[in-house]
Design a protein around this ligand. Structure first.
Ligand SMILES: *Cc1c(COP(=O)(O)O)cnc(C)c1O
Length: 362
């Protein structure tokens, strides 16, 4: 078997032990004579998996009964719509902070449902290079909620503080940095994350919602789109993505075994520091377009002197088993996504190649 160094932005790397366990259990899940995919979602075997995925999310993030954990379908993009459908009633307005392509999409979707306004944007000539400061947030004191995107997958920026929104409910799209470090869940009314960056396969979304806020949600929308429906049914209102949740459960168990979120954070910081140090060490050749205190620990973007060199860099890296380094079509350049499951060894391989490439072309 030969595994590549996977820098894909999403779907992205999964921990090898998680894949190996899935392989081992694929045809006969723990002596039950069938795959977990073939089990009833109402049966005992699957029920344990489902309950463990929810319990481990709570345990790793360290929160109690104040918030519900929901395991939904439709990825993060459905959350762009479900959030305003549930929490943006007629006559109200929601605040969106624009820091990248995904926050723009969330904002556009909210405007289809109701009234939404921009509380801050850091877009300058079509690009986002930073996270706004607290003082730049022009919040509507009556906003139904304030929406942020904690990590901007395309542009490589990340919030390194939790904005103060007073009484206003704070909502965060954490798709690309969910579980990258411990966080204080009590600061948020709702957190959502597509699973395919840090916790599992695509199509699955994790939602953490404050129960007291849930009570205020609209009830006049389709049953399947109400958070309350899924909360009441422990995310078993309809057939859930059982395979996705099985993999997620295994990822969370792996994280727990490895020392939990404090250990994950240490590993992530080490990887990001290593890569940014290599970029900063050769400012005549590598350049990070993002402001220093907004740099993402998950998606590291950088430029080379010319687009031709960038294309050659991606090509040669691919030949050496480093894949997924081409920047998003909207930003160009190089992007290395170094999510939780990407090992330090992959970052070290990339840094070594950067040195070689610089020597050959600098
Ligand atoms: C990947 C991503 C999404 C979209 O996720 P889907 O599951 O494809 O809908 C949304 N927001 C952010 C921040 C992302 O990184």
């Amino acid at each position: 078997m030969s595994r590549v160094h996977n820098f894909n932005a999403g779907p992205a790397a999964l921990p090898l032990p998680v894949l190996e366990l899935a392989q081992q259990e694929l045809c006969d899940y723990r002596g039950t004579g069938m795959s977990i995919m073939e089990h009833s979602h109402r049966g005992k075997a699957y029920d344990e998996v489902h309950a463990a995925a929810i319990a481990l999310t709570r345990e790793l993030l360290g929160f109690g009964d104040s918030h519900e954990v929901l395991l939904l379908q439709g990825g993060a993009s459905l959350q762009f719509a479900m959030l305003p459908m549930n929490f943006l009633p007629a006559g109200a307005s929601a605040d969106y902070v624009l820091t990248g392509g995904w926050s723009e999409k969330a904002f556009e979707e909210a405007k289809r449902v109701g009234t939404a306004r921009v509380a801050a944007t850091t877009c300058e000539d079509g690009r986002y290079r930073r996270i706004p400061k607290q003082s730049e947030l022009a919040l509507d004191p009556k906003a139904a909620y304030v929406h942020i995107t904690t990590n901007n997958t395309l542009f490589g920026t990340q919030w390194h503080y939790v904005p103060e929104t007073g009484e206003l409910p704070l909502v965060a799209d954490m798709s690309s940095d969910f579980l990258w470090k411990p966080i204080d869940v009590s600061r948020y009314a709702l957190i959502y994350a597509g699973a395919q960056k840090n916790v599992g396969p695509s199509g699955l979304a994790v939602v953490i919602v404050k129960k007291s806020w849930l009570d205020k949600a609209r009830t006049d929308i389709p049953t399947i789109l109400r958070y309350a429906t899924h909360a009441k049914n422990a995310s078993l209102y309809n057939t859930p993505n059982t395979w996705g949740i099985y993999i997620m459960r295994n990822v969370l168990e792996h994280v727990k075994r490895e020392g939990g979120l404090p250990a994950v954070e240490r590993a992530n910081r080490k990887k990001a520091d290593t890569l940014y140090a290599a970029i900063d060490a050769a400012p005549d050749f590598f350049r990070c377009p993002v402001e220093r205190d907004s740099r993402s620990t998950m998606n590291v973007g950088f430029r080379l002197p010319t687009e031709e060199l960038e294309a050659a860099f991606v090509k040669q890296a691919t030949e050496r088993g480093m894949i997924g380094l081409k920047g998003h079509r909207s930003t160009g350049g190089i992007r290395a996504s170094i999510y939780n499951a990407v090992p330090l060894a992959s970052v070290e391989a990339l840094v070594a190649f950067m040195g070689e490439f610089h020597k050959a072309h600098g």
